[in-house]
Design a protein around this ligand. Structure first.
Ligand code: ZN
Length: 333
């Protein structure tokens, strides 16, 4: 595996290469395209990405339909890859490989999806082998939060920073750290879940095993659940009502931004990022509100240079996961 020229690249993510990494033989021009696959609970996006210019050349969107079976889904994903390649009209020698970001938990070392929670029935499902065999390309699998953070780091709001932490506020709260140009992993190669750090011991009980984690208070699901008690249809309605002075809605929003502030405090004291990138659907409209609360919490810091930590919005939007997935397979630029 050390014959792989990418082994010295800061963008080579695998700290201990898994058995599924094919060794590329550099007999053709350096690859400039890669396939990115972003597998979510409801839909799967597939793209051909120019990994030098960070441009999406073509994309295909499928309903994931996890409950209809893993093998069926893999077949449809592979057909989607063929379709995306046809649309992009990319010649095979220019293809570096396939990168997959998937709603976790995943095992990036073994190439397994272990997520029966949001992908019904997908437990210990090997997605790497069938794609590698069909396309004869190296295939990389990561947690989707890690793929999105890597996308922002290489091609978006986190460029040139070290370390970079990204938090994604959507249905849940995801988080990932890029340190020295690599996705930071935990034991067994697993993904540290920054969205489940505790912020309020008296908060709602979360499926992660404690009450009052960041996700249980500041996710879209949590905001919508709190808002539904006031007859509000979703998180967006809660923010709108708060802006119009609705006191109970204001309290829900303040709980969420306060939770984000405490989380920022914890993340800065444990990881001390140069840049904290905030992404996900909620941040498309509410970035300023959350960043301000985080900044207020950090204003009393004494143990590090607080102005050295930047808080910025993600810049790749919904494409971060897709671009980041493709970049997992990119050679050194
Ligand atoms: Zn939790």
């Amino acid at each position: 595996v050390n014959a792989d020229p990418r082994i010295a690249s800061p963008f080579l993510l695998r700290q201990s290469p898994g058995p599924f990494i094919a060794v590329s033989t550099p007999t053709h021009p350096p690859a400039r395209h890669a396939i990115g696959i972003d597998i979510g609970g409801t839909k799967t996006a597939i793209a051909v990405v120019d990994v030098i210019q960070h441009r999406i050349l073509s994309r295909t969107i499928l309903a994931t339909e996890a409950g209809l079976g893993f093998d069926r889904a893999v077949g449809r994903i592979a057909d989607g890859v063929e379709e995306a390649l046809r649309q992009a009209d990319v010649s095979r020698p220019w293809l570096a490989g396939i990168g997959i970001g998937c709603a976790g938990p995943v095992d990036p070392i073994q190439g397994l999806i272990n997520n029966p929670f949001t992908l019904e029935g997908w437990d210990r499902c090997d997605i790497v082998t069938p794609l590698r065999e069909r396309f004869r390309l190296p295939v990389f699998l990561e947690n989707d939060a890690d793929a999105a953070a890597f996308g922002e780091f290489v091609a978006g709001a986190g460029q040139g920073t070290n370390p970079m932490v990204m938090l994604t506020f959507g249905t849940g709260v995801g988080g990932a750290t890029i340190a020295n140009g690599r996705i930071m992993r935990g034991v067994l190669g697993e993904h540290p879940e920054l969205g489940h750090i505790p912020v309020r011991p008296d908060g709602p009980l979360c499926y992660c095993g404690i009450a009052g984690c960041l996700e249980s208070i500041a996710s879209g699901t949590a905001l919508a659940a709190a808002g539904s008690l006031l007859g509000m249809p979703d998180a967006r309605a809660v923010f709108a009502a708060a802006d119009q002075g609705h006191l109970a809605a204001k309290a829900i929003v303040q709980n969420a931004t306060h939770a984000a502030g405490i989380a920022a405090w914890t993340l800065c004291h444990t990881l001390l990022p140069q840049r904290l990138v905030l992404g996900g659907g909620i941040m498309e409209t509410e970035f300023k509100r959350f960043a301000t609360a985080m900044r207020q919490h950090l204003n009393t810091v004494t143990q590090f240079t607080r102005d050295a930590v930047d808080i910025v919005p993600a810049s790749l939007g919904n494409d971060a996961g897709l671009v980041g997935a493709a970049l997992l397979a990119a050679p050194k630029s």
